[in-house]
Design a protein around this ligand. Sequence first.
Ligand SMILES: *Cc1c(COP(=O)(O)O)cnc(C)c1O
Length: 469
Amino acid sequence: MSEPHELLSKVLERVNRYLVENSDSNTRVVQCHPPEALKAKIDLSIPEQGVTVDRFLALIETYLTYSVRTGHKQFFNQLFAGFNLPGLIGELLISLTNTSIATYEIAPIATLIEQELIHTLNSLIGFTQGEGTFVTGGSNANLVAMMCARNKMLPEAKHQGIQSNPLTVFVSDQAHYSFLKAANVLGIGLNRVIKVETDDQGRIIPQALENAIAKSYASGEIPFFVAATAGTTVLGAFDPLIEMAQIAQKYNLWFHIDGAWGGAAILSDRVRHLLSGSELADSFTWDAHKLMGVPFVCSALLLRQPGMLTQTVSNADTDYLFHDHADAAYDLGIMSLQCGRKADALKLWLAWQYYGKRGYEQRINHLLEMTRYATKKVDECLELELVAPVQFLNVCFRYVSTDAPDLDQFNLELRDRLVKSGKSLVNYALINGKIALRLILANPEIAPTDLDQFFENILEVGREPKSFT
Ligand SMILES: *Cc1c(COP(=O)(O)O)cnc(C)c1O
């Protein structure tokens, strides 16, 4: 191997070229290969001796070649997209200084940065006294929120488990699957996650929630946790937070808001109203790696009441790590389920410094404009139709102008061909029994021309004479 700085500068040079390629219209967003075919193309085995520099660079090349370009302007597949330069720099610095944000002693500035961000996020949500921690993702935030709620309802659960207490959780039928996982982990059980009916826009029906809670009490269960979703994964729906908070309060239940996708709407004056009532929640899930564009993973759990988090997750036998000392309040590890923990907060902090509050607001407002543009394109195109009303940054539509007997099958095949072409990547979902393409506007760098190109790609594949079923 050559000198480390030589190798590093070669790699950084390649990183720069990768970014240039991302904005080149000739670059494919993905090179599609089934797993077996991909395995046959590359040698992943670990060698006896370390490889040469050239081989090392070739391996990096291979990795880049067969990775999906989520920073490409035709990537609309997930609830994250785009490239965030300060986030990349943050990621690099996190590894460069490689520490665990468990104690102040080994992560002094990272600790202060995380605390500052928890404070900033809490202020946005309206948690004036709040606390919180960075976690490994929205799923984990939902889990820890449910765990705090469980221990509040059943204080003995921490030491004795939930025993035979039939605890019940209430979420909408559009909620993220991570609530099921959380119920599994916490000993509550999948069957005790009650999925409450939603209206035609995918928002929980408050009366249905109240009925479900009453029914649960009547059958001897112990309701303890109500979760609203702010921005559902398929439709981008926002549950009615104030009504749900009132119901939770009436029955003395924990009220959580899963804002993994739509939480960042609070950064924009145009859509902040969707989160009215956020200050009434007990806890809030915030994913900076979605709408804020920070590279994976960057996610926080926020809580209104200080103390609950430490009380819930801390336990004995940690004296070797968390010593008694004057600044012990700065040892954040005591609030986390993790022991070793990356300083993910740095990425968000650098990105927020780089763009500023104003910049983030403009980025979200731009995405709202792009959503309007995409919706208009679907409306004006005879071959396309919306499958659901557009509420946020999710545009669910399908191709209709065809003699195909089965439109669901047709749209699945259309998407499949689009992905294989490598020209655009968009996901699909089942909405009220119809297969829809789910266009997600998450990359603030996209322009109307990128959407023109996207719909052109869709129409081109849809019009192909090849025999669709
Ligand atoms: C993405 C998402 C999650 C899961 O978050 P991860 O960071 O992927 O673990 C949870 N809830 C909603 C509404 C989401 O969109």
